[in-house]
Design a binder for this molecule. Structure first.
Ligand code: MTE
Length: 234
């Protein structure tokens, strides 16, 4: 009930309203896995679930706006998708793209200066890390549309905006992809975007976070507490 999904609205509590998200068709759906790989493919997320199976991951989720939550996701590691595609050696990054359907997404026309579609990216090493997850469900049920149905990314040691929703394309690239937020404001939303209490955002310090719905504030931890990713950044 508290979502960021700017293709629909910037009002976090309105996103799930049927008049806002009701027209969004998330089934059937196709995700294209393409770019620098030996075996590109297109697949319905339901088929991915059937092929790979689901596991549940309970992760911290930390937004750069300084709110956070503990979320039980279901899905599978991104690595499972990457292995199916067999990336070439020249593939150094993975680019992700959200659907762009202005007729179903009323927020797009309201933000004409935004470089739609919503795009995100990871290095190949980040994408292959065991914590990097593709979610198709939340709280044991399929993802609601406002949370990025039918398939979204979850990267728990990075700020929430890296966790791109309603993915239609996953592309292996040689060059670092430009993301929507980095294009809009590189100082505020750099490509890497690891949670780090020691690096303040230009508008807000990042050492404290507010647990949604509790009134409790806690100290933010480096890598959002996922210290096991530190070797990626040596
Ligand atoms: N993905 C798309 N396509 N559009 C968005 O506006 N917002 C991001 C991220 N993924 C966003 C997106 C931001 S800023 C956050 S904090 C999370 O989604 C919010 O995920 P949630 O609504 O499931 O909590």
């Amino acid at each position: 009930g508290y979502n960021n999904f700017y293709e629909f609205t910037t009002d976090k509590e309105l996103v799930r309203h049927p008049l806002i998200i009701g027209k969004f068709v998330t089934d059937p759906w196709q995700v294209e896995v393409t770019g620098l790989c030996e075996k590109p493919f297109k697949i319905d997320p339901q088929q991915l679930i059937a092929d790979i199976g689901l596991e549940e991951r309970v992760y911290r989720f930390r937004c750069v706006e300084r709110w956070s939550m503990i979320v039980p996701w279901s899905g599978f590691t991104l690595r499972k998708i990457i292995e199916k595609a067999v990336p070439k050696r020249t593939a150094k990054y993975v680019k992700f793209v959200t659907a762009m359907i202005p007729k179903q997404m009323p927020g797009i026309a309201r933000l004409p200066a935004y470089p739609w579609p919503y795009t995100e990216g990871l290095t190949m090493a980040e994408a292959l890390h065991d914590l990097t997850f593709v979610a198709t469900g939340i709280y044991g049920k399929p993802l609601p549309k406002q949370n990025g149905a039918p398939i979204r990314l979850v990267v728990p040691w990075k700020y929430g905006y890296k966790s791109i929703k309603s993915i239609v394309k996953i592309e292996f690239t040689a060059k670092q992809p430009k993301t929507l937020w980095e294009t809009l404001s590189p100082e505020e939303y750099p490509f890497e975007s690891n949670v780090d209490p020691g690096v303040p955002h230009p508008r807000w310090p990042q050492n404290i976070e507010r647990l949604i719905g509790t009134g409790i504030q806690i100290r933010t931890q480096k890598y959002n507490g996922y210290a096991q990713v530190a070797p990626l950044y040596k």
